[in-house]
Design a protein around this ligand. Structure first.
Ligand code: SF4
Length: 380
């Protein structure tokens, strides 16, 4: 693990600050609890893998609880009722990640780059050699991994570009860098991004000019612009340009619960209004209201309904040098019976998989059962 020790009059600009400043020059990072949670996890992940390295072992599960607990207690700004969640996340990480000692080069590696007017920095969670070359030579290809404790779809293009270009500029032997986001909470790995030397040069040049302009702009010239940075900005509750969503993001579980209950009420109100409009338009033609077509609308375009049998279609495509097999899909509706599914899995013809978690809400099964039981009791 490397630490950042820079003595310079130049400003030190981290990747996250640069990304936000480029969106809005008035941005100021909020001291949010979830950032501390992420820091604690990264601290655990690095020390755990360093510990494995010291032992020369790919895993060391017996030490996970101690290392996780230590990481938790050395991180300021945490909400202590999330300790169990943190311990579980660290345990899941250790269970699902080997230390990868054969290729490991760095953990929590801080890269710095002097660009004349500022010092740019970033911390890369893990760097692996990816060229199978002589370990005594500098690598020509490497894998940079970024562990994310957040969930949901997020855009990491800026982060990837910043990290990778800094690696290229500081390490002339590198020809290619693979950037991999590893979402540790839902164990989802996005497709790795492969970037070759030179691909980012034009972007980097323009980005540095824009960053310097934002950084050096006099206070009077700095105006809020709104944008994706708003959700992590300390001004989001009173800034006139803050995105409406950013103003709503709760800070505590109590606020989140209140917002959720309000969302449930609005959902019911919306469903009632939609049903009422549907009844109204049953007897009328559709109309244009407030920039929307409303009523019983015919689709804008027809859809294709294949009338041939699947094998006829396949033969027709193959004859025309197209991939006939690609149009034949197994209809999983036909295989709904769990007994058949089990047999397919046993035969190695199928696997049971969860899709990636997505944000939604649904009824809590134990609560629903308890409600049903209470109702039955009342009726007895
Ligand atoms: S809340 Fe205002 S100051 Fe903060 S990033 Fe958004 S627009 Fe800029």
């Amino acid at each position: 693990m490397s630490s950042l020790a820079i003595q310079s009059a130049k400003p030190v600009i981290r990747r996250s600050l640069a990304e936000s400043l480029l969106t809005c020059s008035v941005f100021e990072r909020e001291d949010a609890e979830y950032l501390a949670f992420g820091s604690a996890f990264h601290s655990f992940a690095a020390t755990y893998q360093l510990h494995c390295k010291a032992l020369g072992e790919e895993t060391s599960l017996v030490d996970v609880a101690r290392l996780a607990n230590e990481a938790w207690h050395r991180t300021p700004g945490l909400l202590h009722n999330r300790w169990r969640e943190f311990m579980q996340l660290c345990d899941d990480f250790a269970q699902s990640h080997r230390a990868g000692l054969d290729t490991l080069m760095h953990l929590e590696h801080t890269e710095t780059l002097d660009v004349g007017w500022a010092i740019l920095t970033c911390t890369i969670d893990r760097i692996d050699r990816a060229d199978l070359g002589d370990p005594d030579d500098e690598p020509r290809r490497e894998l940079d991994t970024d562990w994310k404790t957040e969930q949901g779809e997020m855009d990491h293009a800026f982060q990837a570009s910043w990290y990778v270009q800094m690696r290229f500029l500081k390490h002339p032997s590198l020809d290619e860098v693979i950037f991999q986001v590893d979402s540790v909470r839902d164990r989802y790995r996005a497709d790795p991004l492969t970037i070759r030397r030179g691909e980012l040069d034009l972007w980097w040049k323009g980005m540095l000019v824009a960053l310097r302009e934002r950084w050096e702009a006099p206070a009077a010239a700095r105006v809020p612009t709104g944008g994706p940075a708003c959700e992590g900005c300390a001004h989001r509750f009173n800034c006139p340009k803050a995105l409406a969503v950013a103003r709503e993001v709760p800070e505590t579980e109590e606020q989140a619960d209140e917002l959720f209950e309000e969302a449930l009420r609005l959902e019911q109100a919306f469903a009632a209004r939609k049903s009422a409009l549907e009844i109204f338009y049953r007897q009328r033609n559709d109309r244009v209201v407030a920039g929307h077509e409303v009523g019983f609308l015919r689709p804008r375009l027809p859809h294709l309904r294949v009338t041939a049998k699947p094998l006829e279609l396949r033969a027709w495509l193959n004859k025309r040098h197209m991939a006939g097999d690609s149009v034949l899909k197994v209809d999983t509706e036909q295989l709904r019976q769990s007994a058949i599914q089990q047999k397919l899995v046993e035969a190695g013809l199928a696997t049971q998989e969860f899709s990636r978690p997505s944000f939604k809400w649904r009824h809590h099964v134990p609560a629903r059962k308890a409600r049903d039981q209470a109702r039955e009791k009342e009726q007895e």
